[in-house]
Write a protein that binds this ligand. Structure first.
Ligand SMILES: Cc1cc2nc3c(=O)[nH]c(=O)nc-3n(C[C@H](O)[C@H](O)[C@H](O)COP(=O)(O)O)c2cc1C
Length: 157
């Protein structure tokens, strides 16, 4: 998709339009043995090309340093969704991380583990209730545990 001579219209954008298309990027991410160098330059160039497609959003994972991510925020003129913590890292995204990134210029914040563990996450965020941590032992296990078993706050006391 990313070619030095410029981005060709992506098939998804050609099919449904940029307003219905978003992309999630993991700048500098190292999952599955990926090794990237010159991350600010690489992703800055990619975002410049992606801007021509008028996408609905770019969604960034915090897979590189904050100063690089802030630079990418500046390089992307459209809607930026930020996922503020290291994927699968020790800390799940909560209110503090969300507020931090809203102050740094994110338009929207995404929550992964918070939504798994809190069926009422939006209500908890809205009212300042504590956000429950996810139980990693339930990942990929099948069955109800970890999918249908987390209680809403009013039932936890
Ligand atoms: C069980 C589980 C599976 C995930 N699978 C994916 C995936 O397939 N693709 C992806 O980009 N991120 C995946 N993630 C990462 C999340 O999208 C998110 O970036 C990460 O959990 C950090 O955000 P959080 O602190 O809000 O959970 C997964 C996370 C969890 C907990």
């Amino acid at each position: 998709m990313f070619t030095p001579g410029g981005l060709r219209p992506a098939p998804t954008v050609a099919a449904v339009g940029g307003a219905r298309t978003g992309i999630r990027l993991s700048p500098g991410g190292t999952f599955w043995g990926v090794e990237e160098t010159e991350v600010p330059e690489l992703y800055g160039a990619l975002l410049t090309e992606l801007a021509r497609l008028d996408l609905a959003y770019v969604h960034l994972e915090a897979t590189t340093g904050e100063e690089v991510l802030v630079g990418l925020r500046r390089a992307w003129p459209g809607t930026l969704i930020m996922n503020p913590v290291l994927p699968m890292g020790p800390k799940q995204t909560g209110r503090t991380e969300a507020d931090h990134w809203l102050a740094l210029g994110a338009d929207l914040i995404s929550f992964g583990r918070g939504f798994l563990a809190n069926p009422d996450l939006v209500e908890r965020l809205r009212t300042g209730l504590p956000i429950a941590p996810v139980d990693e032992a339930t990942y990929y296990q099948g069955g109800d545990a970890g999918y249908l078993t987390y209680p809403a706050y009013q039932y936890t006391a």
